[in-house]
Design a protein around this ligand. Structure first.
Ligand code: GBH
Length: 500
């Protein structure tokens, strides 16, 4: 499709926005500072420390709760248009559901200081309400599997809009429901580690789409007129290439796209609404065969379908990598290199797609299933344009993991290649409005802790001050943002510094 992989110069429209992203648990630290109560990540990590690489935790992480001024200085150095960060729910509402007056003054003061500093530097705050750090007091009541989460999340969002909304124009309700509904409620891979592969994921999915829609509608009714922001959801969307041109393999690709992204996107962003047809049929059929009294996928009522449909201003796309998908007589559907392993009836078994890698795609040294294939990003954006009638898209995450070290040539190559692919999609009419690099700096990479570094800035986790140092990719990205262009010939001068 003509994505050369970062070897040609491409110019973005003047209005195209560039930013960088982090999330609360991954950078803030201060896990019990002031009146913050524990999140499901605090509890899971403390209960079973060696579930995490090197038995590490996010107790301190980048210590951004104390070092945010340095973060803002780095953002100014990069010259980005916006900073995507998330609010820690248990930091701002530490006391449990429905408790009047439970807003944390210290918690909100932190985000208010951060936002004020961003504004001073002309950087837009781009705020995620939920990036996986549920208050433990809600998990004690079932978390995302309890239908009451729809109201809990709406009440939380209202408080945040009231407290911070006058200064925020971009909101993401929920980050990557696929990731936490599967790995958190289907497997024990991520917090809260509820191992319910057959039903947990689907209960979570239903409540995620309802919670998102309720917050979207509440914002429009109660805040939009005064605050005038936009609201979307960010989805984790890999790309899948069929192993062969057989009908089976192309169906395998279609189905995994519908089960991964479609489960969350179709109800909100499609014309028809509701969960994807193939997901409804497959789960109903398998559930019947497996002796369930009804489908393991809960239904959305006709009223819910209408309520959820169209509840968006933009689609957030988090994209990292491409896999190869297939379906044949010898394939094993109960385990794969991206989704892990599940026994018996499960969301994974429902998908009926096996995965492998194309050996021609370069692999990340620290993450052997993360591959470099910018053409996959181009195809994903073309697919979304066609399937969901060209929604406004903001790429809310894209990045490449490395080992420590400042000379991150492979990240530079990834950045250029993926931006070229994005540009090509825009040329072809995709309505992509912005791009967000994951991440501003190295941070707590979930179960991989500090072994997978995604930062434009390296962080020294041995130093008390968590010293941050720009990598080569930081200088390259700064030039991209300045020129609104990718220039593959650009080399930062050897003595380049970040003074701005
Ligand atoms: C995103 O998830 C997240 O939004 C972000 O917080 C994260 O830092 C970033 O990507 C980089 O990874 O290896 O079995 O533990 C991307 C999708 C899917 C990647 C789950 C990590 C962990 C599964 N993620 N995967 S496992």
């Amino acid at each position: 499709v003509g994505v050369t992989g970062g070897t040609s110069r491409v110019q973005f429209p003047e209005t195209f926005m560039f930013g960088v992203s982090t999330s609360a648990y991954q950078v803030e630290g201060g896990w019990d500072t002031d009146d913050k109560s524990p999140s499901i990540w605090d509890v899971s990590v403390h209960k079973d420390p060696c579930w995490i690489a090197n038995c590490s935790s996010g107790d301190v992480a980048d210590d951004s709760y104390h070092l945010y001024e340095r973060d803002v200085a780095m953002l100014a150095e990069l010259g980005v248009d916006f900073y995507r960060f998330s609010i820690s729910w248990p930091r701002v509402l530490p006391e449990g559901p429905g408790r009047i007056g439970a807003r944390s003054a210290a918690g909100f003061a932190y985000y208010r200081r951060l936002i004020a500093q961003l504004k001073q530097r002309g950087i837009q705050p781009f705020v995620t309400l939920y990036h996986w750090d549920l208050p433990q007091y809600l998990q004690d009541l079932g978390g995302w599997t309890n239908p009451l989460i729809v109201d809990w999340f709406t009440d939380y969002a209202r408080v945040v809009f009231e407290e911070l909304g006058d200064d925020v124009k971009f909101w993401i309700t929920i980050n990557e429901p696929w990731t936490f509904c599967w790995f958190g409620y289907g497997l024990s891979t991520l917090a809260p580690r509820v191992n319910s592969s057959a039903v947990g994921t689907y209960l979570c999915a239903k409540h995620v789409v309802l919670a998102h829609a309720k917050v979207y509608r509440m914002y429009n009714e109660e805040f939009k007129q005064k605050q005038n922001g936009v609201v979307g959801m960010s989805n984790c969307l890999f790309w899948y290439e069929p192993a062969t041109d057989s009908k089976n393999d192309s169906e395998a690709v279609n189905d995994i796209l519908e089960f991964e992204g479609g489960l969350y996107i179709n109800p909100i962003y499609s014309k028809s609404g509701d969960f994807p047809q193939v997901v409804k049929e497959r789960v109903a059929k398998k559930s019947a065969e497996q002796g369930y009294s009804k489908s393991r996928l809960p239904e959305l009522t006709p009223d819910e379908i209408v309520y959820v449909r169209g509840a968006y201003d933009f689609l957030g796309v988090n994209h990292y990598s491409t896999f190869v998908a297939y379906r044949n007589a010898s394939a094993n559907y109960s385990t794969n290199i991206l989704y892990g392993t599940a026994k018996g009836p499960s969301y994974l078994d429902d998908i009926t797609t096996a995965l492998t890698l194309n050996p021609e795609w370069p692999k990340a040294s620290v993450a052997p299933t993360t591959t470099y294939n910018p053409t996959g990003f181009y195809k994903l954006l073309a697919y979304l344009k066609k399937k969901y009638d060209n929604p406004p898209i903001i790429v809310t995450e894209n990045g490449w993991p490395t080992a420590p070290g400042l000379n991150d040539e492979d990240r530079v190559k990834y950045l250029r290649g993926y931006l070229e692919a994005l540009h090509r999609a825009v040329e072809d009419g995709s309505d992509v409005r912005g791009y967000t690099a994951w991440s501003l700096m190295d941070n707590f990479e979930w179960t991989n802790a500090y072994n997978q570094r995604f930062g434009l800035y390296e962080v020294d986790f041995e130093s008390a001050r968590r010293e941050r140092t720009p990598r080569k990719s930081a200088f390259v990205y700064r030039e991209v943002v300045r020129a609104r262009a990718v220039d593959p010939g650009y080399e930062p001068p050897a003595d380049a510094t970040m003074e701005c």
